[in-house]
Design a protein around this ligand. Structure first.
Ligand code: DGI
Ligand code: FE
Ligand code: FE
Length: 215
């Protein structure tokens, strides 16, 4: 559900991001755009343009090493604690938002901002755009990790069997819970701290599911 003019804007963006990312990460990024197009059709057709823009922009600062991430944080006024430095992979989501704000203002909307900001950790009570970018990032088709393959199958098998909006929403929620389970398990195996937003994202979805069961 996007216009020809929007299609052209996205084609241009697909070229512009090559100044920031290349190789496998560029293929991953294009994969996230393809995946989110399918997810938008299922869950939020009115957000397709913003979601595809968010997909193309979500990892633009990912190639930068931690010291350059931290330099960007200082430059753009992003606050962090010494504990946050032990979670180096979470910085690129925040720095990407500030680069989008400054270098890609035509794509900088509330929806794009929060979807990119929470694409790595999630947060409590995620918006539909936040959920869809988080999921597309995990299951896009260039990812070959066991957990990604498992989550992709879980989601699309669920969608094949789902009837109606409520069942599709349940599939999305169960898929997200499983994704947080797998991410948190992996972080524990690596001895890495878990970001509070990751924990809160998972708790919120589980609580919501339990409360609905009791209705
Ligand atoms: O940027 P991508 O590789 O496409 O994917 P991503 O932005 O989801 O980043 C995934 C990495 O982020 C993965 O190595 C695990 C890490 N990560 C996700 N949540 C947390 C986290 N790392 C820490 N320490 N704590 C978290 O809560
Ligand atoms: Fe990322
Ligand atoms: Fe990504």
């Amino acid at each position: 559900m996007i216009t020809e003019a929007q299609e052209k804007q996205l084609a241009k963006l697909r070229e512009s991001i090559k100044d920031y990312i290349g190789g496998k990460r560029l293929s991953h990024t294009y994969g996230v755009e393809r995946e989110i197009t399918k997810l938008a059709e299922l869950y939020a057709p009115e957000l397709e343009f913003e979601l595809r823009a968010a997909a193309l922009l979500h990892d633009i600062t990912k190639p930068l090493p931690l010291d350059e991430q931290l330099e960007l944080c200082d430059k753009y006024g992003i606050q962090y604690t010494s504990g946050d430095r032990l979670m180096p992979k979470t910085f690129h989501a925040q720095t990407a938002c500030e680069v989008i704000r400054r270098k890609f203002p035509e794509f900088f909307t509330e929806t794009v901002y929060s979807a990119v900001l929470y694409h790595t950790t999630g947060q409590a009570d995620m918006s539909i755009a936040e959920k869809l970018l988080y999921l597309a990032d995990y299951i896009e088709d260039t990812r070959t990790f066991d957990d990604c393959v498992k989550l992709r199958k879980f989601f699309w098998d669920g969608i094949s069997a789902a009837h109606g909006e409520d069942e599709r929403n349940n599939v999305l929620r169960d898929t997200l819970i499983l994704s947080f389970d797998m991410t948190i398990r992996g972080l524990i195996d690596d001895g890495t701290p878990i970001h509070r937003d990751t924990v809160e994202a998972r708790n919120f979805l589980i609580e919501e599911k339990e409360f609905e069961k009791q209705q």
